[in-house]
Design a protein around this ligand. Structure first.
Ligand code: 5AD
Ligand code: SF4
Length: 477
Protein backbone atom coordinates (compact mmCIF):
# COMPACT_ATOMS: atom_id res chain seq x y z
CA UNK A 1 0.00 0.00 0.00
CA UNK A 2 1.50 3.31 -1.06
CA UNK A 3 1.31 5.81 1.79
CA UNK A 4 2.32 9.04 0.07
CA UNK A 5 -0.16 11.92 -0.21
CA UNK A 6 -1.47 11.52 -3.75
CA UNK A 7 -3.47 14.74 -3.65
CA UNK A 8 -0.35 16.83 -3.33
CA UNK A 9 2.11 15.76 -6.04
CA UNK A 10 4.69 18.52 -6.61
CA UNK A 11 4.60 20.11 -10.07
CA UNK A 12 8.06 21.67 -10.06
CA UNK A 13 11.33 19.77 -10.62
CA UNK A 14 13.32 18.26 -9.05
CA UNK A 15 10.79 18.16 -6.15
CA UNK A 16 8.36 16.11 -8.24
CA UNK A 17 11.03 13.48 -8.88
CA UNK A 18 11.92 13.29 -5.19
CA UNK A 19 8.24 12.56 -4.56
CA UNK A 20 8.33 9.73 -7.14
CA UNK A 21 11.63 8.43 -5.77
CA UNK A 22 9.88 8.00 -2.40
CA UNK A 23 6.91 6.39 -4.12
CA UNK A 24 8.95 3.99 -6.25
CA UNK A 25 10.92 3.10 -3.11
CA UNK A 26 7.71 1.88 -1.49
CA UNK A 27 6.84 -0.28 -4.51
CA UNK A 28 10.35 -1.76 -4.54
CA UNK A 29 10.16 -2.47 -0.80
CA UNK A 30 6.79 -4.24 -1.26
CA UNK A 31 8.17 -6.36 -4.10
CA UNK A 32 11.31 -7.20 -2.06
CA UNK A 33 9.16 -8.29 0.88
CA UNK A 34 7.12 -10.45 -1.49
CA UNK A 35 10.12 -12.32 -2.92
CA UNK A 36 12.14 -12.27 0.32
CA UNK A 37 15.29 -10.50 -0.87
CA UNK A 38 16.56 -7.19 -2.25
CA UNK A 39 15.75 -6.40 -5.87
CA UNK A 40 18.74 -6.07 -8.21
CA UNK A 41 19.57 -4.13 -11.38
CA UNK A 42 22.08 -3.95 -14.23
CA UNK A 43 22.54 -0.88 -16.41
CA UNK A 44 24.31 -1.60 -19.72
CA UNK A 45 25.64 1.40 -21.58
CA UNK A 46 26.20 1.58 -25.33
CA UNK A 47 27.96 4.45 -27.08
CA UNK A 48 29.66 7.60 -25.90
CA UNK A 49 30.70 9.30 -22.66
CA UNK A 50 27.47 11.27 -22.65
CA UNK A 51 25.58 8.00 -22.33
CA UNK A 52 28.00 6.79 -19.66
CA UNK A 53 27.20 9.90 -17.63
CA UNK A 54 23.44 9.43 -18.18
CA UNK A 55 23.80 5.87 -16.91
CA UNK A 56 25.32 7.17 -13.68
CA UNK A 57 22.13 9.19 -13.21
CA UNK A 58 20.02 6.07 -13.80
CA UNK A 59 22.10 4.12 -11.29
CA UNK A 60 21.78 6.97 -8.77
CA UNK A 61 17.99 6.79 -8.94
CA UNK A 62 17.86 2.98 -8.88
CA UNK A 63 19.99 2.88 -5.75
CA UNK A 64 17.92 5.62 -4.12
CA UNK A 65 14.74 3.59 -4.60
CA UNK A 66 16.24 0.46 -3.09
CA UNK A 67 17.67 -1.63 -5.91
CA UNK A 68 21.17 -3.09 -5.51
CA UNK A 69 23.62 -3.55 -8.38
CA UNK A 70 24.05 -7.03 -9.91
CA UNK A 71 26.88 -7.60 -12.38
CA UNK A 72 25.24 -10.55 -14.12
CA UNK A 73 22.50 -9.39 -16.44
CA UNK A 74 20.78 -12.76 -16.40
CA UNK A 75 20.34 -12.60 -12.63
CA UNK A 76 19.13 -9.00 -12.36
CA UNK A 77 15.50 -8.15 -11.64
CA UNK A 78 15.68 -4.94 -13.65
CA UNK A 79 17.85 -4.68 -16.79
CA UNK A 80 18.29 -1.32 -18.52
CA UNK A 81 19.94 -0.74 -21.88
CA UNK A 82 21.05 2.83 -22.41
CA UNK A 83 21.30 2.74 -26.19
CA UNK A 84 23.28 4.43 -28.96
CA UNK A 85 22.22 4.90 -32.56
CA UNK A 86 25.11 6.78 -34.11
CA UNK A 87 25.88 3.85 -36.42
CA UNK A 88 23.61 1.07 -37.63
CA UNK A 89 25.61 -1.72 -35.96
CA UNK A 90 24.92 -0.07 -32.57
CA UNK A 91 21.20 -0.71 -33.17
CA UNK A 92 21.82 -4.29 -34.31
CA UNK A 93 23.73 -5.05 -31.11
CA UNK A 94 20.82 -3.82 -29.01
CA UNK A 95 18.25 -5.92 -30.89
CA UNK A 96 20.54 -8.97 -30.62
CA UNK A 97 20.98 -8.66 -26.87
CA UNK A 98 17.35 -7.78 -26.35
CA UNK A 99 16.29 -10.97 -28.11
CA UNK A 100 18.41 -13.05 -25.70
CA UNK A 101 17.07 -11.15 -22.73
CA UNK A 102 13.48 -11.72 -23.84
CA UNK A 103 14.21 -15.43 -23.99
CA UNK A 104 15.53 -15.46 -20.42
CA UNK A 105 12.52 -13.48 -19.22
CA UNK A 106 10.16 -15.93 -20.89
CA UNK A 107 11.69 -19.21 -19.76
CA UNK A 108 13.34 -18.34 -16.43
CA UNK A 109 12.35 -14.98 -14.98
CA UNK A 110 8.87 -13.71 -15.83
CA UNK A 111 9.10 -10.98 -13.18
CA UNK A 112 12.21 -9.47 -14.80
CA UNK A 113 11.72 -5.82 -15.81
CA UNK A 114 13.40 -4.58 -18.98
CA UNK A 115 13.94 -0.88 -19.65
CA UNK A 116 15.28 0.79 -22.78
CA UNK A 117 16.41 4.39 -23.06
CA UNK A 118 18.89 6.60 -24.87
CA UNK A 119 19.39 7.77 -28.43
CA UNK A 120 17.93 4.77 -30.27
CA UNK A 121 14.58 5.31 -28.54
CA UNK A 122 14.28 8.76 -30.12
CA UNK A 123 13.75 7.11 -33.51
CA UNK A 124 10.02 6.53 -34.10
CA UNK A 125 10.58 3.41 -36.23
CA UNK A 126 12.56 1.80 -33.41
CA UNK A 127 9.71 2.32 -30.94
CA UNK A 128 7.23 0.95 -33.50
CA UNK A 129 9.35 -2.16 -33.92
CA UNK A 130 9.61 -2.62 -30.14
CA UNK A 131 5.86 -2.21 -29.69
CA UNK A 132 5.22 -4.80 -32.37
CA UNK A 133 7.90 -7.43 -31.91
CA UNK A 134 9.34 -6.93 -28.41
CA UNK A 135 6.22 -6.84 -26.24
CA UNK A 136 8.16 -8.10 -23.23
CA UNK A 137 9.87 -4.70 -22.77
CA UNK A 138 8.47 -2.85 -19.73
CA UNK A 139 9.76 0.69 -20.01
CA UNK A 140 10.83 2.84 -22.97
CA UNK A 141 12.01 6.42 -22.64
CA UNK A 142 14.32 8.76 -24.54
CA UNK A 143 17.20 11.16 -24.06
CA UNK A 144 15.20 14.21 -22.96
CA UNK A 145 13.41 12.79 -19.94
CA UNK A 146 15.80 10.49 -18.12
CA UNK A 147 15.37 12.75 -15.11
CA UNK A 148 11.82 11.32 -14.92
CA UNK A 149 13.13 7.77 -14.44
CA UNK A 150 11.66 7.35 -10.93
CA UNK A 151 8.27 8.62 -12.07
CA UNK A 152 8.29 6.19 -15.00
CA UNK A 153 9.21 3.28 -12.75
CA UNK A 154 6.37 4.18 -10.39
CA UNK A 155 4.00 4.33 -13.37
CA UNK A 156 5.18 0.90 -14.52
CA UNK A 157 4.57 -0.62 -11.07
CA UNK A 158 1.07 0.86 -11.05
CA UNK A 159 -0.01 0.06 -14.60
CA UNK A 160 1.59 -3.33 -15.16
CA UNK A 161 1.78 -2.45 -18.86
CA UNK A 162 4.52 -1.32 -21.23
CA UNK A 163 5.24 2.33 -20.37
CA UNK A 164 6.47 4.52 -23.23
CA UNK A 165 7.49 8.16 -22.78
CA UNK A 166 9.46 9.78 -25.59
CA UNK A 167 9.78 13.53 -26.08
CA UNK A 168 10.69 14.97 -29.46
CA UNK A 169 12.80 17.76 -27.98
CA UNK A 170 13.10 19.81 -24.81
CA UNK A 171 14.38 23.14 -23.57
CA UNK A 172 14.49 21.84 -20.01
CA UNK A 173 17.53 21.05 -17.86
CA UNK A 174 16.68 19.54 -14.47
CA UNK A 175 19.42 20.01 -11.86
CA UNK A 176 20.11 18.34 -8.52
CA UNK A 177 18.99 14.77 -9.04
CA UNK A 178 20.90 11.85 -7.57
CA UNK A 179 23.70 10.20 -9.52
CA UNK A 180 26.09 7.40 -8.64
CA UNK A 181 29.63 7.77 -9.97
CA UNK A 182 31.42 4.80 -11.46
CA UNK A 183 34.78 6.14 -10.23
CA UNK A 184 35.25 7.87 -6.87
CA UNK A 185 38.11 10.06 -8.13
CA UNK A 186 36.96 11.22 -11.57
CA UNK A 187 33.69 12.20 -13.11
CA UNK A 188 32.04 13.34 -16.30
CA UNK A 189 30.20 16.64 -16.01
CA UNK A 190 27.62 17.65 -18.62
CA UNK A 191 28.09 21.26 -19.61
CA UNK A 192 25.63 21.21 -22.49
CA UNK A 193 23.15 18.94 -24.19
CA UNK A 194 22.16 18.50 -27.83
CA UNK A 195 23.75 19.65 -31.05
CA UNK A 196 22.91 22.31 -33.66
CA UNK A 197 25.47 21.39 -36.28
CA UNK A 198 23.63 18.92 -38.47
CA UNK A 199 26.66 17.27 -40.03
CA UNK A 200 24.96 15.57 -42.96
CA UNK A 201 25.81 11.99 -41.89
CA UNK A 202 24.94 12.36 -38.22
CA UNK A 203 21.77 11.43 -36.37
CA UNK A 204 22.75 13.05 -33.07
CA UNK A 205 20.97 16.42 -33.64
CA UNK A 206 17.75 14.48 -34.31
CA UNK A 207 17.95 12.27 -31.23
CA UNK A 208 19.59 14.65 -28.74
CA UNK A 209 17.74 17.81 -29.79
CA UNK A 210 18.86 21.43 -29.92
CA UNK A 211 21.83 22.78 -28.04
CA UNK A 212 21.20 23.74 -24.41
CA UNK A 213 23.97 24.95 -22.13
CA UNK A 214 23.87 24.54 -18.38
CA UNK A 215 24.18 27.63 -16.27
CA UNK A 216 27.89 28.09 -15.32
CA UNK A 217 26.97 28.49 -11.64
CA UNK A 218 25.32 25.04 -11.66
CA UNK A 219 28.39 23.52 -13.32
CA UNK A 220 30.81 25.11 -10.86
CA UNK A 221 28.65 24.06 -7.89
CA UNK A 222 28.50 20.49 -9.19
CA UNK A 223 32.28 20.34 -9.62
CA UNK A 224 32.87 21.87 -6.17
CA UNK A 225 30.65 19.20 -4.66
CA UNK A 226 32.44 16.48 -6.63
CA UNK A 227 35.83 17.73 -5.41
CA UNK A 228 34.57 17.78 -1.82
CA UNK A 229 33.61 14.16 -2.42
CA UNK A 230 37.10 13.13 -3.57
CA UNK A 231 37.07 13.84 -7.31
CA UNK A 232 40.38 15.13 -8.73
CA UNK A 233 39.63 14.95 -12.47
CA UNK A 234 36.59 16.09 -14.44
CA UNK A 235 35.67 15.49 -18.06
CA UNK A 236 33.43 18.29 -19.34
CA UNK A 237 30.95 16.78 -21.74
CA UNK A 238 29.07 18.19 -24.72
CA UNK A 239 28.59 17.31 -28.40
CA UNK A 240 30.38 20.53 -29.26
CA UNK A 241 31.86 22.11 -26.15
CA UNK A 242 33.28 25.01 -28.17
CA UNK A 243 29.85 26.47 -28.67
CA UNK A 244 29.09 26.30 -24.93
CA UNK A 245 27.28 29.30 -23.46
CA UNK A 246 26.12 30.94 -26.68
CA UNK A 247 22.43 30.52 -25.90
CA UNK A 248 22.52 31.49 -22.22
CA UNK A 249 20.78 34.66 -20.98
CA UNK A 250 24.19 35.89 -19.91
CA UNK A 251 26.43 34.46 -22.66
CA UNK A 252 29.83 33.11 -21.64
CA UNK A 253 32.44 31.35 -23.74
CA UNK A 254 33.80 27.86 -23.17
CA UNK A 255 37.23 29.39 -22.55
CA UNK A 256 35.76 31.61 -19.81
CA UNK A 257 34.04 28.62 -18.25
CA UNK A 258 37.34 26.72 -18.23
CA UNK A 259 39.07 29.64 -16.50
CA UNK A 260 36.41 29.59 -13.79
CA UNK A 261 36.71 25.82 -13.33
CA UNK A 262 40.50 26.12 -13.15
CA UNK A 263 40.07 28.19 -9.96
CA UNK A 264 38.34 25.39 -8.06
CA UNK A 265 40.68 24.40 -5.28
CA UNK A 266 41.42 20.70 -4.99
CA UNK A 267 40.55 19.98 -8.61
CA UNK A 268 43.70 18.70 -10.31
CA UNK A 269 42.78 17.85 -13.88
CA UNK A 270 40.30 19.10 -16.47
CA UNK A 271 39.45 17.28 -19.69
CA UNK A 272 36.76 18.04 -22.24
CA UNK A 273 35.07 16.38 -25.17
CA UNK A 274 34.17 16.97 -28.04
CA UNK A 275 35.60 19.98 -29.89
CA UNK A 276 34.28 20.98 -33.27
CA UNK A 277 37.17 22.50 -35.27
CA UNK A 278 34.96 25.25 -36.72
CA UNK A 279 34.31 26.72 -33.24
CA UNK A 280 37.70 26.31 -31.59
CA UNK A 281 38.73 29.84 -30.64
CA UNK A 282 42.09 31.54 -30.12
CA UNK A 283 40.81 32.39 -26.65
CA UNK A 284 40.54 28.67 -25.89
CA UNK A 285 44.07 28.00 -27.16
CA UNK A 286 45.34 30.79 -24.89
CA UNK A 287 43.55 29.35 -21.88
CA UNK A 288 44.94 25.88 -22.63
CA UNK A 289 48.44 27.27 -23.00
CA UNK A 290 48.42 28.96 -19.62
CA UNK A 291 46.46 26.36 -17.68
CA UNK A 292 47.98 24.18 -14.97
CA UNK A 293 44.99 21.85 -14.89
CA UNK A 294 43.74 21.34 -18.45
CA UNK A 295 45.16 18.06 -19.72
CA UNK A 296 47.50 17.98 -22.68
CA UNK A 297 45.01 16.27 -24.90
CA UNK A 298 42.62 17.52 -27.53
CA UNK A 299 40.11 15.38 -29.39
CA UNK A 300 39.54 17.21 -32.66
CA UNK A 301 37.45 15.19 -35.11
CA UNK A 302 38.41 15.80 -38.74
CA UNK A 303 35.96 13.26 -40.32
CA UNK A 304 37.57 13.65 -43.76
CA UNK A 305 40.69 15.29 -45.19
CA UNK A 306 39.01 16.26 -48.44
CA UNK A 307 37.58 19.79 -48.52
CA UNK A 308 35.08 18.62 -51.13
CA UNK A 309 33.76 15.87 -48.84
CA UNK A 310 33.90 18.15 -45.78
CA UNK A 311 31.54 20.49 -47.60
CA UNK A 312 29.16 17.63 -48.39
CA UNK A 313 29.41 16.65 -44.72
CA UNK A 314 28.42 20.20 -43.73
CA UNK A 315 31.44 20.46 -41.44
CA UNK A 316 32.08 24.12 -42.29
CA UNK A 317 35.90 24.00 -42.46
CA UNK A 318 38.36 23.02 -45.16
CA UNK A 319 41.39 20.74 -45.00
CA UNK A 320 43.62 23.84 -45.03
CA UNK A 321 41.72 25.53 -42.20
CA UNK A 322 41.92 22.36 -40.11
CA UNK A 323 45.67 22.02 -40.69
CA UNK A 324 46.20 25.71 -39.85
CA UNK A 325 44.27 25.22 -36.61
CA UNK A 326 46.38 22.20 -35.69
CA UNK A 327 49.56 24.17 -36.39
CA UNK A 328 48.36 26.98 -34.13
CA UNK A 329 47.52 24.57 -31.30
CA UNK A 330 50.82 22.72 -31.58
CA UNK A 331 52.73 26.01 -31.54
CA UNK A 332 50.92 27.15 -28.38
CA UNK A 333 50.95 23.81 -26.56
CA UNK A 334 53.89 21.84 -28.01
CA UNK A 335 53.41 18.67 -25.95
CA UNK A 336 49.70 18.35 -26.77
CA UNK A 337 48.37 14.97 -27.79
CA UNK A 338 45.86 15.13 -30.65
CA UNK A 339 43.24 12.51 -31.39
CA UNK A 340 40.49 12.45 -33.97
CA UNK A 341 37.50 10.74 -35.57
CA UNK A 342 37.54 9.78 -39.25
CA UNK A 343 34.73 8.45 -41.42
CA UNK A 344 35.65 6.33 -44.44
CA UNK A 345 33.31 5.86 -47.38
CA UNK A 346 31.07 8.91 -47.11
CA UNK A 347 28.85 9.09 -50.25
CA UNK A 348 30.83 10.27 -53.25
CA UNK A 349 34.26 9.75 -51.63
CA UNK A 350 36.77 9.09 -54.43
CA UNK A 351 40.23 7.58 -54.11
CA UNK A 352 41.60 11.14 -54.37
CA UNK A 353 39.39 12.29 -51.49
CA UNK A 354 40.55 9.34 -49.43
CA UNK A 355 44.21 10.16 -50.17
CA UNK A 356 43.55 13.66 -48.80
CA UNK A 357 42.46 12.03 -45.54
CA UNK A 358 45.63 9.91 -45.50
CA UNK A 359 47.61 13.09 -46.11
CA UNK A 360 46.07 14.82 -43.06
CA UNK A 361 46.80 11.76 -40.93
CA UNK A 362 50.46 11.90 -42.02
CA UNK A 363 50.74 15.63 -41.48
CA UNK A 364 49.01 15.87 -38.09
CA UNK A 365 50.46 12.63 -36.70
CA UNK A 366 47.62 11.82 -34.29
CA UNK A 367 48.27 10.01 -31.01
CA UNK A 368 45.26 7.94 -31.95
CA UNK A 369 42.31 8.08 -34.28
CA UNK A 370 38.90 6.46 -34.13
CA UNK A 371 38.15 5.26 -37.63
CA UNK A 372 34.57 4.52 -38.69
CA UNK A 373 33.01 3.05 -41.76
CA UNK A 374 30.27 5.39 -42.97
CA UNK A 375 26.89 4.14 -41.77
CA UNK A 376 23.73 5.27 -43.47
CA UNK A 377 21.33 6.80 -40.92
CA UNK A 378 17.77 7.16 -42.15
CA UNK A 379 16.55 10.74 -41.85
CA UNK A 380 19.96 12.37 -42.34
CA UNK A 381 20.74 14.24 -45.60
CA UNK A 382 23.62 11.89 -46.48
CA UNK A 383 21.33 8.85 -46.48
CA UNK A 384 19.65 10.04 -49.68
CA UNK A 385 22.83 11.11 -51.42
CA UNK A 386 23.57 9.21 -54.59
CA UNK A 387 26.99 7.59 -55.03
CA UNK A 388 26.95 5.43 -51.92
CA UNK A 389 30.34 3.66 -51.93
CA UNK A 390 30.54 -0.14 -52.43
CA UNK A 391 31.44 -2.11 -49.29
CA UNK A 392 34.60 -3.67 -50.76
CA UNK A 393 36.01 -0.25 -51.73
CA UNK A 394 35.29 1.09 -48.24
CA UNK A 395 36.87 -1.95 -46.59
CA UNK A 396 40.03 -1.54 -48.64
CA UNK A 397 40.33 2.16 -47.71
CA UNK A 398 39.48 1.48 -44.09
CA UNK A 399 42.26 -1.14 -43.78
CA UNK A 400 44.83 1.16 -45.37
CA UNK A 401 43.82 4.02 -43.07
CA UNK A 402 43.90 1.89 -39.95
CA UNK A 403 47.39 0.62 -40.76
CA UNK A 404 48.68 4.15 -41.28
CA UNK A 405 46.98 5.45 -38.11
CA UNK A 406 48.40 2.62 -36.02
CA UNK A 407 51.96 2.88 -37.25
CA UNK A 408 52.02 6.67 -36.75
CA UNK A 409 50.38 6.32 -33.35
CA UNK A 410 53.08 3.87 -32.18
CA UNK A 411 55.79 6.33 -33.23
CA UNK A 412 54.08 9.35 -31.69
CA UNK A 413 53.33 7.66 -28.38
CA UNK A 414 56.88 6.38 -27.95
CA UNK A 415 58.39 9.88 -27.78
CA UNK A 416 57.78 9.95 -24.03
CA UNK A 417 59.97 6.91 -23.35
CA UNK A 418 62.43 7.63 -20.55
CA UNK A 419 60.50 10.63 -19.18
CA UNK A 420 58.83 11.05 -15.78
CA UNK A 421 55.20 12.15 -15.86
CA UNK A 422 52.21 12.44 -13.59
CA UNK A 423 49.64 9.66 -13.82
CA UNK A 424 46.24 9.41 -12.18
CA UNK A 425 46.03 5.80 -11.02
CA UNK A 426 42.61 4.53 -12.07
CA UNK A 427 42.49 0.82 -11.31
CA UNK A 428 44.24 -2.41 -10.45
CA UNK A 429 45.24 -4.06 -13.71
CA UNK A 430 42.71 -6.69 -14.91
CA UNK A 431 45.33 -9.13 -16.18
CA UNK A 432 48.01 -8.76 -13.53
CA UNK A 433 46.92 -7.72 -10.04
CA UNK A 434 50.49 -6.71 -9.14
CA UNK A 435 50.11 -3.80 -11.53
CA UNK A 436 47.99 -0.66 -11.43
CA UNK A 437 46.89 1.34 -14.46
CA UNK A 438 47.23 5.10 -14.61
CA UNK A 439 46.37 7.78 -17.15
CA UNK A 440 48.84 10.44 -18.20
CA UNK A 441 47.77 14.01 -18.87
CA UNK A 442 47.92 13.23 -22.62
CA UNK A 443 45.41 10.39 -22.09
CA UNK A 444 47.93 7.55 -22.67
CA UNK A 445 47.74 4.66 -20.20
CA UNK A 446 50.65 3.36 -18.16
CA UNK A 447 50.96 0.15 -16.14
CA UNK A 448 53.22 0.23 -13.06
CA UNK A 449 53.79 -2.16 -10.14
CA UNK A 450 51.52 -1.13 -7.25
CA UNK A 451 48.40 -1.96 -5.28
CA UNK A 452 44.87 -0.67 -4.85
CA UNK A 453 45.92 1.86 -2.17
CA UNK A 454 47.21 3.98 -5.07
CA UNK A 455 43.88 4.15 -6.90
CA UNK A 456 42.68 7.75 -7.15
CA UNK A 457 46.12 9.25 -6.52
CA UNK A 458 48.18 11.32 -8.92
CA UNK A 459 51.78 10.10 -8.77
CA UNK A 460 55.01 10.53 -10.73
CA UNK A 461 55.84 7.55 -12.92
CA UNK A 462 58.95 6.74 -14.96
CA UNK A 463 57.87 5.69 -18.45
CA UNK A 464 60.12 2.79 -19.46
CA UNK A 465 58.72 1.07 -22.55
CA UNK A 466 56.09 2.09 -25.04
CA UNK A 467 53.96 -0.74 -26.38
CA UNK A 468 52.13 1.00 -29.19
CA UNK A 469 49.42 2.84 -27.36
CA UNK A 470 50.34 2.26 -23.70
CA UNK A 471 53.42 2.31 -21.48
CA UNK A 472 54.92 0.11 -18.85
CA UNK A 473 56.98 1.81 -16.15
CA UNK A 474 57.64 2.20 -12.45
CA UNK A 475 56.71 4.62 -9.71
CA UNK A 476 59.24 7.43 -9.58
CA UNK A 477 61.40 7.24 -6.44
N1 5AD B 1 28.63 6.79 -39.88
C1 5AD B 1 29.87 6.59 -39.40
N2 5AD B 1 30.38 7.28 -38.40
C2 5AD B 1 29.63 8.24 -37.84
N3 5AD B 1 29.86 9.09 -36.83
C3 5AD B 1 28.77 9.84 -36.64
N4 5AD B 1 27.81 9.50 -37.51
C4 5AD B 1 28.32 8.50 -38.28
C5 5AD B 1 27.82 7.74 -39.36
N5 5AD B 1 26.61 7.94 -39.86
C6 5AD B 1 31.15 9.16 -36.13
C7 5AD B 1 31.81 10.54 -36.29
C8 5AD B 1 31.67 11.13 -34.93
C9 5AD B 1 31.72 9.90 -34.05
C10 5AD B 1 31.20 10.09 -32.68
O1 5AD B 1 30.95 8.96 -34.75
O2 5AD B 1 33.16 10.34 -36.62
O3 5AD B 1 32.70 12.06 -34.63
FE1 SF4 C 1 27.02 14.83 -35.02
FE2 SF4 C 1 28.32 16.88 -36.14
FE3 SF4 C 1 26.82 17.31 -33.92
FE4 SF4 C 1 29.12 15.92 -33.74
S1 SF4 C 1 28.93 18.09 -34.34
S2 SF4 C 1 27.14 15.36 -32.81
S3 SF4 C 1 29.18 14.82 -35.71
S4 SF4 C 1 26.10 16.67 -35.94
Amino acid sequence: MNTLDETNIPVTEPERQYYYIAKAKQYVAEKSAEIGRKLTFTVTTFGCQMNARDSEKLVGILEKIGYVEEADEEKADFVIYNTCTVRENANQRVYGRLGQLGHIKKIKKPHMMIGLCGCMMQEPEVVEKLKKSYRFVDLIFGTHNIYKFAELIATRFESNRMVIDIWKDTDKIVEDLPSERKFSFKSGVNIMFGCNNFCSYCIVPYVRGRERSRNPRDIIREIENLVADGVVEVMLLGQNVNSYGKNLDEPITFAQLLSEIEKIEGLERIRFMTSHPKDLSDELIDVMKDSKKICKHLHLPIQSGSSRILEKMNRRYTKEQYLALVAKIKAAVPDISLTTDIIVGFPGETEEDFLETMDVVRQVRYDSAFTFIYSKRTGTPAATMTEQIPADVIKNRFDRLLKEVQSISAEVCSVHEGTTQKALIESVNDHDTNLVTGRLSNNILVHVPGDDSLVGQIIDVDLKDCHGFYYTGTIHK
